[in-house]
Design a protein around this ligand. Structure first.
Ligand code: NCD
Length: 322
């Protein structure tokens, strides 16, 4: 059982992953039943007991639309209460100079689980080191975003039927993209994966993750040409160039910001049953006309996020009682 959720590497176990996915799938099936269905009503009542009388702290020092809202929805569906400190960098005591450790030691007095998003790599581990309650890493700077990787892999399994034997193109800012760092590690669980790492040279996957792929004998190829890999990939996973991670190097950002732009013409070069994913938010890397094409799955990812997060919260709540 998992105590804190800090890195995607905690989920490389097929059995654990199977349990998390199967509960997410159950929550999704129940939710999709007609609203007045008695089975749905009974099941949801039972599901709401999971976090009955418990509070979950959502402590975000960085902006978020999906991660924060989907966790909030997940907590609500499980019958828990949300305590929110959004814009924590601006409105919490952090602005007065409070350390993350002290903020966590405070929050744990109000909440049974803490979900943390913070601009520094390693912040979630620092929080976990002092916390008496489970910490969920909802993004630590350019480090990791494990719950996103879990919903990404869950989406691949739902949409393709398996996450084994796939050719997956990871595209965009592989250097700074925390969803990429987590997904790359999680993919170790899959069999016979082939990766296309598509990025402009300065934004290629960090050495640490390339070494890890080599150690696990996962085949990968680095390229800056998206056109070259589009017809071969089963999954194309686009990402935004992470402007906020470039610091003062605006010249480099200007140079790479339009590296990849997918319009309908490019998407038509993909295989008919291939899928196009994106953790969102997008800037200009996928044009809105692509949304109606059959390959587009990024809004399914958004929906799947709620069920995966319900499953993870349930897992932590159960771990706390055993
Ligand atoms: C991502 C993030 O915050 O890392 N968004 C998300 O959580 N869905 C991706 C991004 O910001 O580009």
């Amino acid at each position: 059982m998992v105590q804190h959720i800090l890195t995607a590497s905690q989920f490389k176990d097929r059995e654990l992953l199977g349990e998390i996915f199967s509960r997410a799938n159950y929550f999704q099936e129940i939710h999709l039943l007609p609203k007045n269905d008695q089975v749905r009503k009974d099941a949801r009542k039972k599901i709401r007991e999971t976090l009955d009388d418990q509070s979950v702290g959502i402590f975000f020092y960085e902006p978020s639309t999906r991660t924060g809202s989907s966790f909030q929805r997940a907590v609500h569906n499980l019958g828990g209460e949300v305590i929110k400190s959004e814009n924590a960098g601006q409105f919490s005591s952090a602005i007065k100079g409070e350390s993350i450790e002290d903020s966590i030691k405070t929050m744990e007095k109000y909440a049974e689980i803490i979900i943390l998003r913070h601009p520094e790599i390693g912040s979630a581990s620092r929080a976990a080191a002092v916390s008496q309650v489970p910490i969920i890493n909802a993004g630590d700077g350019a480090g990791e975003h494990p719950t996103q990787a879990l919903l990404d892999l869950y989406t691949i399994q739902r949409e393709i039927g398996t996450f084994d034997n796939l050719k997956i193109a990871l595209v965009g800012d592989l250097l700074n993209g925390r969803t990429i760092h987590s997904l790359t590690q999680l993919l170790e669980v899959a069999q016979n994966t082939e990766l296309f790492l598509v990025a402009p040279d300065p934004l290629q996957l960090p050495e640490k993750y390339r070494k890890m792929l080599q150690a696990k004998n996962i085949k990968f190829r680095e390229t800056d040409s998206l056109a070259e890999v589009l017809p071969h990939a089963d999954v194309v996973y686009m990402t935004r160039i992470q402007k906020e991670r470039f610091g003062t190097d605006t010249a480099l950002y200007e140079q790479v910001k339009n590296s990849f732009i997918l319009g309908p013409e490019e998407v038509n070069k993909m295989q008919k049953d291939a899928i196009l994913m994106h953790p969102l938010p997008r800037v200009n890397e996928i044009s809105p006309e692509v949304d109606k094409l059959p390959q587009a799955r990024y809004f399914d990812q958004v929906e799947n996020g709620v069920y995966i997060r319900m499953s993870l919260l349930e897992h932590l709540a159960q771990a706390a009682t055993t």
